[in-house]
Design a protein around this ligand. Structure first.
Ligand code: SAM
Length: 347
């Protein structure tokens, strides 16, 4: 804005009001922008454009639109917006990812993917609020992105902590419950060369995606993936009596809203089905709301997504009480309040 224009506005509104209005609009911008940026990033993610941008040095927008069967005008609008935010540089027919986009799509990519998994919930939030729709009867999460987002985020701390525990306790054959996109098992196979693993997940599309992932990795022959319900593992227990580690990362809490006794019953059942195995649990531990008010970390969003989809999060004390009720002894425990996650080895 030129000085002349600024003076005109000040003359019209008065300096205090002009300054206050600008301050308030600036304050609102990150919220509005977060919505617009997420929507654009998700559209690029789902159409595969995002990964093409990250993989290539620079690309032709015309070719991207033609090869992807995309509306050129919409693609141009998205890229121009992201160019303004210095996430990409779009000039003429060329577009390239800038370092800021590459940084956001490194570790934090999981935030975008996990939030995308819950996008259908936000899309119907007014209906949910007005009682015109309920979860999960009328609206569902996108399972594939629950697995992918959580897999990305867990690579930072949960997977290294659990891999270290499994290594020290001498695990050889791991059964992973709610394996999602296999991010944990693949991490594990890379970290511990002798490990073999079976991943199970109840969600068909997630398992299908996991199979695609598996086909593309070098140590795929050490991992098997199956669609199965962790409440019904008798066939796997019979075919694999040598399972010596049953892992579950952020899976048990999906059933807490049905009552802690459901999780306690499941833990007891696993104990008797896999008598030679230690149980390894990585779970969210609820953060006190007062702490989040003082320091509003991403756990605010995490708790919101879970609350809206009837997923209860227990604090570390509740988890210990459930393990105790299932007659499981805690051999080892690490709880990191800073990331709101706890890790337990149980016998
Ligand atoms: C929050 S995700 C965690 C995914 C994965 N463990 C990770 O660390 O990235 C929970 C997963 O549990 C799966 N799941 C939920 N109920 C299940 C059940 N009864 N049996 C097997 N998997 C289940 C979901 O489909 C989802 O992929």
């Amino acid at each position: 804005m030129s000085l002349k224009q600024a003076l005109q506005i000040i003359h019209l509104l008065g300096l205090p009001k002009a300054a206050r209005t600008k301050r308030r609009l600036d304050e609102a911008l990150p919220y509005v922008r977060g919505y617009a940026v997420c929507s654009c990033v998700w559209a690029l993610l789902e159409t595969g454009i995002l990964d093409q941008l990250l993989e290539a040095d620079r690309l032709s927008v015309k070719a991207l639109a033609e090869e992807g069967g995309l509306a050129r005008h919409v693609l141009d609008s998205i890229l121009t917006y992201l160019d303004g935010l210095r996430l990409v540089r779009a000039e003429g027919d060329e577009v390239r990812a800038l370092p800021k986009l590459r940084r956001l799509m490194a570790e934090p990519r999981g935030f975008f993917e996990l939030t995308f998994a819950y996008e259908p919930i936000f899309h119907r939030l007014r209906d949910l609020l007005q009682g015109n729709a309920t979860y999960p009867d009328d609206v569902a999460r996108i399972g594939k992105y629950v697995g992918r987002g959580s897999g990305q985020l867990c690579r930072t701390l949960p997977y290294p902590v659990l891999a270290d525990m499994l290594r020290r306790h001498g695990a050889h054959l791991v059964l992973d419950l709610g394996c999602g996109d296999l991010a944990f098992l693949l991490y594990l196979c890379e970290a511990i060369p002798h490990i073999r693993a079976i991943g199970i997940d109840i969600d068909g599309p997630t398992v299908e995606y996991a199979r695609e992932v598996l086909a593309a990795v070098p140590f795929g022959d050490r991992v098997e993936v199956r669609q199965a319900d962790m409440f019904d593992l008798a066939p796997i227990a019979r075919s694999h009596p040598d399972v010596d580690a049953v892992t579950a990362i952020d899976t048990y809490h999906e059933y807490l809203s049905e009552g802690e006794e459901v999780v306690v019953g499941l833990l007891k059942q696993l104990r008797s089905q896999f008598p030679n195995a230690l149980l390894y649990v990585g779970e969210f531990c609820k953060q006190p709301h007062d702490r989040l008010r003082r320091n509003p970390t991403a756990f605010l969003e995490h708790h919101l997504y879970h609350d809206l989809t009837n997923q209860t999060i227990a604090d570390a004390g509740r988890w210990r009480a459930m393990f105790d009720a299932a007659d499981l002894a805690v051999l080892e425990e690490k709880v990191f309040d800073v990331v709101g996650h706890g890790y337990f080895v149980l016998r």
